[in-house]
Design a protein around this ligand. Structure first.
Ligand code: UDP
Ligand code: MG
Length: 340
């Protein structure tokens, strides 16, 4: 039987404490899998602590580890994209959080589902440890809202913990949009999907990189990236307000003709003006949100810049992608590859 290839991609920002605990766990799981040619890519997403040094040490000790350092912090989604771009074309890829919240011990289940023929195997959280009530509640709400608004199916309670077959990985490389809402992109690709329920553990060490405010913006990002429903909602709101205003106008005329009421002046006028002004600003803000996105896309900047890339010296044999990556000299900034 031909050996399957699997590359584990881990994006990390300020995870110097978590990585040394994660790697032995990951390795122990991977070496046990039969007929599997594996390796790991650690991506340092502009960490401020010793994460890069820790990664380099791991790569020295383990020849199956490749390490990539971005020129600054580009965010988890861009860091994952950078890692995915370096995966050999014939290899499947597994995405894992650096903090141990996605237990590596589940990888055999993912691999088994992939070997059964599923292309897109994802972990669905049935329970979360170490997260606040507010975070669980808002996460729950977010997945329900986006599930209804988005035309692309986005499975609920599903993070980035997943295994993608080589063809899904290749398909993802074609989606080069700048606002990368990965959960949506994975859903967009389609192919045979399989959910693996799991218990999301608390972090091994360090603290979460996502504050409530960041998560809120991330939610807006997801909704505006995968749905234009807010624009339509603005249209309906406009229609509703116009209809109400029309009814009110008719009422005023009728009352003035029949009862000779003096037209009620200042307060009602102010209310209507302010209400209209408010709804117009909301609608304008929504349009601006989408226009801003268009602006970012139009700039066509690379999604990330590589500072350093040291591929694994063993494991999945090098694809053409790696050859280009490896040729970059130490410290030299190079543009993230763009496939279009
Ligand atoms: N991460 C990253 N870049 C960032 C923020 C986070 O690569 O700008 C990584 C982080 O190191 C971790 C994963 O993304 O491996 C998930 O982040 P975190 O655990 O902070 O988020 P949470 O699990 O609390 O939602
Ligand atoms: Mg985490």
């Amino acid at each position: 039987m031909a050996r399957d290839c699997l590359t584990v991609v881990v994006a990390a920002r300020n995870e110097a404490e978590a990585l040394p605990a994660l790697h032995p766990r990951l390795r122990a799981v991977l070496v046990q899998l039969e007929a599997l040619d594996w390796r790991v890519i650690y991506v340092d997403d502009g960490s401020l602590d010793a994460t890069w040094e820790v990664m380099q040490r791991l790569a020295e000790e383990d020849r199956r580890v490749g390490v990539l350092r971005l020129s600054r912090n580009f965010g988890k989604e861009a860091a994952l994209t950078a890692g995915l771009d370096l995966v050999a074309p014939h290899s499947a890829v597994l995405i894992l959080d650096a903090d141990g919240q996605d237990p590596p011990e589940l990888i055999p289940q993912f691999v088994a589902a992939w070997r059964e023929g599923y292309d897109n195997v994802f972990g669905t959280r049935v329970e979360r440890d170490g997260e606040t009530w507010l975070k669980r509640f808002s996460a729950h709400g977010f997945y329900r809202v986006i599930g209804r608004l988005s035309k692309t199916p986005i499975p609920a309670d599903t993070g980035d913990f997943r295994l993608l077959s080589p063809r899904v990985q290749q398909a993802l490389k074609q989606l080069r949009e700048r606002h990368r809402f990965m959960k949506g992109l994975f859903g967009w690709v389609g192919y045979g999907q399989r959910a693996i329920p799991y218990h999301r553990e608390a972090r091994i060490a360090g603290r979460s990189n996502f504050s409530a405010w960041k998560l809120w913006n991330f939610a807006l990002e997801g909704i505006t990236s995968f749905s234009t429903a807010p624009l339509r909602a603005a249209t309906y709101l406009g229609l509703l307000v116009a209809a109400l205003a029309f009814i009110y106008a008719v009422m005023i005329v009728v009352r003035a003709l029949w009862h000779g009421d003096p037209v009620a002046g200042w307060p009602s006028m102010m209310t209507v003006v302010l209400f209209l002004g408010g709804t117009q600003l909301i609608a304008l803000g929504m349009i601006g949100e989408y226009l801003g996105r268009l602006y970012d896309e139009a700039k066509q900047r690379p999604l990330y810049l590589i500072d350093q890339w040291n591929p694994a010296s063993e494991g999945v044999s090098s694809g053409p992608t790696e050859a280009t990556g490896a040729s970059h000299a130490h410290g030299e900034a190079v543009a993230g590859r763009q496939d279009r």
